[in-house]
Design a protein around this ligand. Structure first.
Ligand SMILES: Cc1ncc(C[n+]2csc(CCOP(=O)(O)OP(=O)(O)O)c2C)c(N)n1
Length: 262
């Protein structure tokens, strides 16, 4: 099986806008799966609803494109029915943290052996750019036209607190690191949560003063900081600038997990 054979060519062209970051995340995820040499017949990709959730439709394996917010409930069912399957969930920040927020915390609490890849574009992309639980303070969306006044959810902190075994955050700028992180997540028992900040030029970028797609990627590069460095700065009494995207590994541990084949 070659790398390109993981894709479902008959589904092309894809629905993503020019410059969308979701393709980068799919590419990194499939690169990691391909490196592991997994049998496509033993892999299942599952999603809810959203642009990000269209990802499984472009992959050759069995997949489930479910209802909005419920990908983790379906994935839990698949994994419990056959724990020998490799189950990967693609989700968006709205799908995972708004309508699906409760499924997220309980999947982490159960620490079920899934890999969850969240494409966080900081808004509801598919429905035209409404604010989501991860829209940053000041972020402009159709529902926050004067800038969001609410603090954004830190999805990685939530996953750590709720009990996931492996938690990491990267951006679409960090292609190599992201591929390694997915690889680590796929092989680590228990729930692996990989959050990726992605650019949405159509519904976030153009409302938030990013003229070009490359400006948004440049932003992801210059506004991210390895988490351990941020902790060191805070430990020394310093301050990390508001809006900094803390990247890297948040936790890698061995809490008892569900659905792991011994
Ligand atoms: C029960 C239900 N409520 C609302 C919708 C409308 N809807 C479709 S996608 C979406 C949000 C998508 O945002 P996100 O999950 O962040 O994914 P993105 O499109 O940004 O990748 C919403 C609210 C729906 N399909 N089903």
């Amino acid at each position: 099986m070659t790398f390109l054979e993981w894709f479902r060519a008959d589904r092309l062209p894809h629905i993503y806008c020019t410059g969308c970051g979701n393709g980068t995340v799919i590419n990194c995820t499939l690169s990691a799966v391909d490196e592991l040499g997994w049998d496509p017949d033993r892999c299942v990709f599952i999603s809810g609803i959203g642009c990000s959730s269209r990802a499984p439709g472009y992959i050759i394996t069995d997949s489930l494109h479910t209802t909005h917010g419920r990908a983790l409930a379906f994935a839990t069912g698949v994994k419990m029915a056959d724990p020998t399957l490799h189950v990967v969930v693609f989700t968006g920040d709205g799908d995972l943290a708004a309508i699906g927020g409760n499924h997220f915390i309980h999947a982490c609490r159960r620490n079920i052996d899934l890999t969850v890849v969240c494409m966080n574009n900081q808004i509801y992309g598919m429905t035209g750019g409404q604010g989501s639980p991860t829209t940053p303070v000041g972020g402009i969306s159709t529902t926050t036209p004067y800038g969001s006044a609410e603090p954004a959810f830190d999805l990685c902190a939530l996953a750590v607190a709720a009990g996931a075994n492996y938690v990491t955050r990267w951006t679409t700028y960090h292609v190599k690191e992201l591929t390694k992180a997915v690889h680590a997540g796929l092989t680590h028992p228990g729930l692996s949560f990989i959050e990726v900040f992605v650019q949405c030029p159509t519904n976030y970028g153009r409302r938030n003063r990013f003229k070009q797609v490359s400006d948004q990627i440049e932003f992801l590069k210059t506004h991210s900081m390895i988490r351990q460095k941020a902790e060191r700065i805070r430990g020394e009494g310093g301050q990390v600038k508001d809006g900094t995207i803390e990247i890297g590994e948040f936790v890698k541990r061995s809490r008892p997990a569900m659905g792991v084949v011994k």
